[in-house]
Ligand binder design. Sequence first.
Ligand code: CDP
Length: 234
Amino acid sequence: MKKPLIIAIDGPAGAGKSTTARRVAEHLGYAYIDTGAMYRAVTLKALQLHVPLEDQALGEVARNVTLELVQSPNGQRTILDGQDVTDAVRGADVTNAVSIVAACPTVRRAMVLLQRRIGNDGGVVMDGRDIGSVVFPNAHVKVFLVADVEERIRRRLAEATAQGQAASESDIRRQIVERDRLDSSREDSPLIRASGSVDIDTTSLTIDDQVQRIIDLVAAYHRTYDLISTFGSL
Ligand code: CDP
């Protein structure tokens, strides 16, 4: 039985994190944890309650919600206070506000605590912005997924169209550019390349390619670990 690992996948919107992370988790028989959905769920709750988008009020919301991340054959379902909000958290109103909510230190503290509790024993692929840098700086495998901004906009537009959402290219461009800016410039846990992470540029890779690269990194980790254990016990 191989040691269950913590695999951290960080990167900006549209780089391919969720599809890649889900497929890697499936392949390894691990849980896939989409931490963006957690920040989105807190944002949805804050919008429903009409609370001001500032640190104290949002922290209060984050500490009082019940969040469950349920593994299903179609990926993670996000359950907020007993309601399945998996689709609702992907709406434009939430997308437009989430980076403001996620910049609040009190919100981050509550979410990171939950993420550590979920992932601590390993056997998880967790995707987000700060997984390799803050949540699990000792993750066994860390990946930083990037892609050209034009390609990321193209992917998000195709996704929105496939889901029947009425989003224009200019809306998506504005959302992605603004979210990149807010996520990368915030003081608390900005989107950065964590030390020890491996860059994968997905601009011209297929999903299969990017999944395979991560599986190769996992295999390389196990080989090194097995070698160290063998020599360590001689
Ligand atoms: O899927 P997409 O890349 O659009 O975004 P997401 O992963 O659902 O994350 C939504 C937002 O949550 C991001 O733009 C960040 O503002 C925030 N987030 C974060 O701050 N830290 C994380 N670990 C994950 C998401």
